[in-house]
Every structure is written in structure tokens, then in C-alpha cells.
Design a protein around this ligand. Sequence first.
Ligand code: SAM
Length: 257
Amino acid sequence: MNTQKEQPNYSILADIYDEVMHDVDYITWTDYIDEIIMEHHPRAQNLLELACGTGTMAISMEEFGYNRIVATDLAPKMIERATQKGKEAGSKVEFKTRDFLDLKLDETFDVAYMVFDSLNYLHQSADILKLHAEVKKILNPGGLFIYDFTTPRNSRKAIKYLNNDEATVDDRYHYFRSSSYDGQKQIHTNRFEIQPLSGNRNSEGETFIEEHQQRIYTYYEVKEMIDQTDFKILKAYDGFDLKPAHKKSLRITMVLQ
Ligand SMILES: C[S@@+](CC[C@H](N)C(=O)[O-])C[C@H]1O[C@@H](n2cnc3c(N)ncnc32)[C@H](O)[C@@H]1O
């Protein structure tokens, strides 16, 4: 009998995250974040990545020669996977399990950055303000906070290719993703049904469910929240360009100081 078991976000998904995201171009994305740092803080030496997931970006950021990179994520399974990938790559990135709303770090950084919609996991403006306050505590004077968020327009487009996405990963799992967007509430839901296949150490006959709900923001909503923090907006960039965001931007990258 097949049973369904709800899981915390990014627990069972951590096992197949890199395969699910196989078409995300992390090399271009890493180059882009480095380009932003070079543009706005060329002397930056040490970096903190928030919500680093399985560590792909932090590990490839090393090639630019920064002195130190620390990368953190809330989900212990994502950090486990990141640490393993770091070891395999001979990387010096230090991975730590941390909630970005309570960073508990005893060092400071020139740049904190966070990519791929991680801000959208925060549904309340009070939490977004808290995140900025936490980051302020660990930034050196003149430091940057760089992050992106996805817009309502992106959600309306993305459900066309995210909904009903399914695949078998390394003969270990089959996953099915449904994706929907509630434009009134500005909530994007991605629901993953992940089924271990025969021979998998995880129990066969069970389907694991992860339901991810993201709050989708317009530029003006994010700007209004930033205006309540101690940060000033240096730039709001469109997509993966160093050009200003505009009303049709699908993803906006904020550069704050
Ligand atoms: C869409 S994934 C992006 C991961 C990674 N940045 C990437 O590009 O692959 C969102 C990540 O945000 C993390 N996350 C969500 N809420 C968090 C929190 N409160 N503190 C730290 N990380 C969090 C999740 O665990 C997950 O790894």
C-alpha cells in the first residue's frame, strides 16, 4: 500500500534538488553576483551566502579568489549535501545550518548575498525587516546585501512549465511537481510528490510530500519594506543584467548598502 507522508521543506527534496534544478545556469548566476560585487564593492574579501541550498554557487564563487566564504541554510539536509559536494570539490567554503532570521554568527563580512527566490519564503513584512536587521549585524561598514526576488509576472509565466513537471532521478526517485499561483493572495505553491524507487535506502511504498509556499512581491512592496530598514538601495537590477529593473522584470536583484 502506498502512503503519503508530509515532510519539512528541503528534507527529502535535498536528495534530488540538484537534478530538479538541472537547467538552472549557476555558472552564469555566480558570474553575475561576482560582477555586482566588483561593480559596487571591488575590495570585498569575505562573503556570506544565505539560503545557500546545496552549495553550488558558494563552491563556484571560490574561483574568484575571495579570502573566505561562509554559506548557510536553514535545512540540515541541504547543508549535509552542500558539505559533501564541498569535500568532493576540495572546497574551503564553510557550510553551516542557520536560520537567516537568527544568524548567530560570530564574524563579520563584506558582502552577504542570497539567490533564487529565497526571500520569497518570507510571508510577513516583519520577517523581511528582521532579515535585514540580522544581516546588518554581520556586515562590515560599507558592506553590501545582495538578493533577488521573483515577481508576480514571473509566477504567472512559470506555472506553465513548472506545473506537471516530472522525472525519474538516477533510478532512485520519481518526482512529480504541481505548481499554482494565487494572484489575489500573491502566493505561489509548488507541491512535490517524491517516490523512492526499488533499491532506494528510503522506504519504498511511501510517497513523500513537500509543499512550498512562496509569497510573491512587487518591486514597490519590497522597496517599501527596505525603506523601513537601515539599508539604502544602490541598485535594483533586472534579471541577470546590470540594467535597471522595470515593470516587466521577472526577477529583480537588489543591491543594498
Ligand atoms: C529555492 S531554494 C534556493 C537555494 C539556493 N540558493 C540555490 O540557488 O539553489 C531556497 C532555499 O532557502 C532556504 N531557506 C528558506 N527559509 C530559510 C530561512 N529562514 N533561513 C535560511 N534558509 C532558508 C531553503 O532551505 C532553501 O535551501
